[in-house]
Write a protein that binds this ligand. Structure first.
Ligand SMILES: Cc1cc2nc3c(=O)[nH]c(=O)nc-3n(C[C@H](O)[C@H](O)[C@H](O)COP(=O)(O)OP(=O)(O)OC[C@H]3O[C@@H](n4cnc5c(N)ncnc54)[C@H](O)[C@@H]3O)c2cc1C
Length: 310
């Protein structure tokens, strides 16, 4: 958390590695001493680059529906199945994944395990998916008798669901960081000044509303960040952060299109003085934020059940 806050203070882009944000904290919490000794230093040096293998074609919001199987053979798990929307899998060396280890468990949340596996092996095929913005940032990952040592099971066999949920709370605070909206707001301000939008009272109102929402969000985020720094477990209410920041980001990207006027549909960067801003790319990039890390509809369901008790 401190590392990312310092990066943001200097305006440095976040690495796309999910080691520090997700699997690292999980190994610290649930891993064996041998797992901590082996994996954690490699996360810090970026020797291993991690991706997250949760979603499957039939298991997104309904994650417990996942079907990728891992069968124990001697000292190894043999993995078969498919993951999808796996961000940066084509750049990753390793994948942390949820696999079904007991197909006969009475509830679908049971019989799931959390394992670590190498992406660079013959049984794994990674195919990139191109986004609307023309980028290849996520992938389909196919497992055909891929193998990983049994020692790469994190936590207990068939008890992966509770770890999956713990990891999601780490993911949600990182996705819920204010930097997403703060950077977009800064870009909007520069762009709007260059286009003289602040002479328009209606634009000023919209901008002020967004600026206040971003400030409010940053204050709320600080509360959760303090909880994490004190070593406390985050509650279900952390979902608020993700909903708020991603929806602010989308509204900022929409106002940017409005500020661009007739140029709002231009593909590629628009030049404003010394800077160039790609308003359409920013708009596209804001779209999936309400989907990844668990869609905002699902976050609202979580809040209504776990926080409001509805
Ligand atoms: C850019 C991006 C990166 C991603 N990266 C990763 C990654 O690295 N690793 C990974 O494992 N996954 C990743 N995902 C997948 C992401 O977690 C899923 O897309 C997400 O959980 C939604 O699942 P789905 O796409 O299957 O949609 P579905 O679950 O099919 O949902 C479709 C729509 O129905 C709504 N819906 C579904 N169920 C309910 C309900 N009960 N109540 C109300 N509304 C509901 C959803 O909100 C959504 O609008 C990524 C997704 C995106 C867009």
């Amino acid at each position: 958390m401190i590392f990312y806050e310092e990066q943001q203070r200097y305006g440095v882009n976040r690495g796309r590695d999910m080691g520090i944000q997700m699997v690292g904290p999980l190994i610290i919490k649930f891993g064996t001493q041998a797992q901590k000794d082996y994996w954690l230093p490699r996360i810090l040096t970026c020797e291993d680059i991690w991706c997250q293998g949760y979603s499957e074609p039939g298991a997104g919001s309904d994650l417990a529906n996942l079907r990728t199987s891992a069968v124990i053979e001697g000292d190894e798990f043999v993995i078969n199945g498919q993951k999808t929307w796996t961000t940066m899998a084509h750049d990753a060396t390793h994948i942390f994944m949820l696999v079904r280890t007991d197909a006969d468990a009475p509830r679908k949340q049971q019989g799931i395990s959390f394992v670590l596996a190498s992406v660079d092996q013959p049984g794994v095929e990674v195919r990139t998916i191109t986004t609307l913005a023309g980028e290849t940032e996520f992938c389909e990952v196919f497992f055909d008798n891929a193998r990983t040592p049994r020692a790469n099971l994190v936590g207990e066999l068939n008890k992966g669901w509770s770890m999956a949920k713990a990891l999601l709370s780490f993911e949600r605070i990182f996705i819920g960081s204010p930097s997403l909206a703060q950077n977009a707001l800064g870009q909007l301000e520069t762009f709007a000044r260059g286009r003289d939008c602040f002479s328009d009272a209606a634009f000023c109102d919209s901008f002020a509303e967004l600026a206040l929402d971003v400030e409010d969000h940053a204050a709320l985020y600080a509360r959760f960040a303090d909880q994490l720094k004190r070593g406390e477990t985050l509650g279900a209410d952390v979902s608020m952060l993700k909903i708020w920041v991603t929806e602010c980001y989308q509204r900022i990207s929409e106002l940017m299109i409005e500020a661009a006027g007739p140029d709002g549909g231009t593909v590629g960067p628009l030049q404003i003085g010394n800077i160039s801003v790609d308003v359409l790319a920013s708009f596209y990039k804001a779209r999936p934020t309400t989907i990844y890390g668990g869609s905002n509809e699902i976050q609202r369901n979580i809040l209504s059940k776990a926080v409001l008790g509805l």
